[in-house]
Design a protein around this ligand. Structure first.
Ligand code: SF4
Length: 478
């Protein structure tokens, strides 16, 4: 969600006439902050501190801070870092260019935080980080009250976008060359709650299936409590919905789930996985897990290990519980000592790493279709491999056999998997095991390179670093 918000901020600034900075010195620096993880505030104020002398040496420079931490800290940011020019919240991303103008004109810092959304952010101009795949928001905010989570306090109640607006945005992306979209929401499968249609999400998935040229549809994240069979049916029966599901478990202990105010239990979670695998046998399932929630006993933790063992996740994003001020869990008694949490975390990651490696080994010898991405990662570049994502979202590093045509980012190659690690697959195919399908997305990549007058750098296969300073998908989940 934050990455997509960054795309909107960049889009609005470009719309207002700003251009990406070249070299070391930018005239404007925007921090889009996240408050989910611990230390977000230390990091922000640390970074602002580093910029203070830079700004002093470049008086025209402007600094803006937006996102969840800005929504939470508000005027504190200007008190702690008075050299900041603009502070805006999660509900008024669209105000960024106006706040920068006003700060410049009035020669005074501007603070503007709204308590709720006035414009659905997807109506704002967006500079997308990729031409071949795009995020599409279907809702923002969340009506749940998970006790560890700051999202409801900072992003507000769920607001659903109209299906017609969503489909029009997807169509526009596809018309521009994208072949993959990821539907985004804090709680995608409660989509429709605002306009009273409980099956709205499955209908949306099926409607995506009717969009000509859209080859890959993903979504993140569904909530197990709201996961209904019509969604599983829609996933199984809509060919361009990918065989992949990311569904947060958080804990395998029912008493901890109760304390987290997560209204499903582990049996329900495992039941959903069974149904998904029954309808979509090769679905890769990933999850999020929190270790060390207040009051978690060794028995509770063991229950999490048991569910992880049974679930056979392809990937798990595992987190050590950390207090988020402003959340109910921060005030619970029985906060666990760091050493206990660390030890459990290590046991959990060891188990999950073993399972991930075992699941990936099942891919050996399989033919997989990979959509080539622009970034390969250091190791893949050292070995002259390109990278991409399989239909089930596994990371695949592959080599192009001698004499074969090289793909462009956005093109689709089909290769045979020859090696498997816990966090990636490798394909070094023989010439007859490699096939390339040049796609509209690859054409769009070519156009984007020509538009930006990009001269392909040697050894990059025409791939040019395009970054809005945002994190890329992690190669290794930890
Ligand atoms: S469902 Fe997700 S976003 Fe909503 S409160 Fe729970 S963890 Fe936070």
């Amino acid at each position: 969600m934050n990455v997509h918000d960054s795309e909107r901020m960049a889009g609005m600034l470009e719309d207002a006439g700003y251009v990406p900075a070249e070299g070391d010195q930018a005239d404007i620096v925007v921090f889009n902050t996240c408050a989910v993880r611990e230390n977000a505030d230390n990091k922000l104020y640390g970074n602002l501190g580093i910029l203070a002398p830079v700004k002093a040496a470049n008086p025209g420079m402007q600094i803006a801070v937006g996102g969840c931490l800005a929504q939470k800290d508000r005027e504190t940011i200007l008190k702690k870092a008075p050299w900041v020019d603009a502070v805006f919240g999660t509900h008024n991303v669209g105000a960024l260019p106006a706040l920068l103008d006003r700060a410049r004109h009035n020669n005074e810092a501007q603070l503007e935080i709204l308590e709720s959304l006035d414009v659905f952010p997807s109506t704002l101009p967006t500079k997308r980080d990729s031409v071949y795949a795009g995020w599409v928001s279907i809702s923002v905010g969340c009506n749940n009250t998970c006790t560890f989570c700051i999202v409801p306090a900072l992003r507000g109640k769920e607001k659903d976008r109209r299906p017609g607006d969503i489909l029009a945005e997807i169509q526009a992306l596809v018309d521009d060359g994208a072949i993959e979209v990821t539907l985004l929401g804090q709680n995608v499968n409660s989509y429709g709650v605002e306009f009273g249609d409980r099956q709205a999400f499955s209908k949306l998935l099926r409607a995506c299936g009717d969009i000509e040229g859209l080859e890959r549809v993903r979504f993140t994240s569904p909530h197990p409590a709201a996961f209904t069979d019509d969604v599983i049916d829609a996933m199984a029966e809509t060919p361009n919905v990918m065989p992949q599901l990311h569904m947060p478990l958080q804990s395998g202990s029912d008493s901890i789930l109760r304390a987290m105010k997560r209204s499903y239990r582990s049996a329900k979670f495992l039941g959903i996985l069974d149904k998904v695998r029954d309808r979509i046998p090769h679905a890769a399932i990933s999850t999020d897990i929190i270790v060390g929630f207040p009051g978690e006993t060794e028995e509770d933790f063991q229950a999490t290990l048991d569910v992880v063992e049974k679930s056979r996740f392809a990937t798990a994003f595992t987190f050590q519980y950390s207090k988020r001020p402003g959340t109910p869990a921060a005030d619970l008694p029985d906060q666990l000592p760091k050493a206990v949490v660390q030890e459990r975390f290590e046991r959990l990651t060891a188990l999950q790493d073993r399972i991930a490696a075992e699941e990936n080994r099942k891919q050996l010898g399989r033919r997989v279709e990979v959509m080539v991405t622009a970034q390969s990662g250091r190791k893949a570049e050292e070995t002259h491999r390109l990278s991409g994502r399989s239909r089930d979202q596994r990371l695949v590093h592959f080599s192009v056999p001698g004499g074969a045509e090289e793909p462009r980012p956005g093109d689709l190659v089909t290769v045979t998997i020859t090696e498997a690690g816990a966090f990636h697959l490798i394909a070094d195919p023989a010439p007859d095991e490699y096939s390339l399908r040049r796609s509209r997305a690859g054409d769009a990549w070519d156009r984007s390179q020509a538009d930006s007058c990009g001269v392909p750098a040697p050894g990059t296969n025409g791939r040019k670093g395009v970054s809005l300073g945002m994190p890329s998908l992690p190669v290794r989940a930890s």
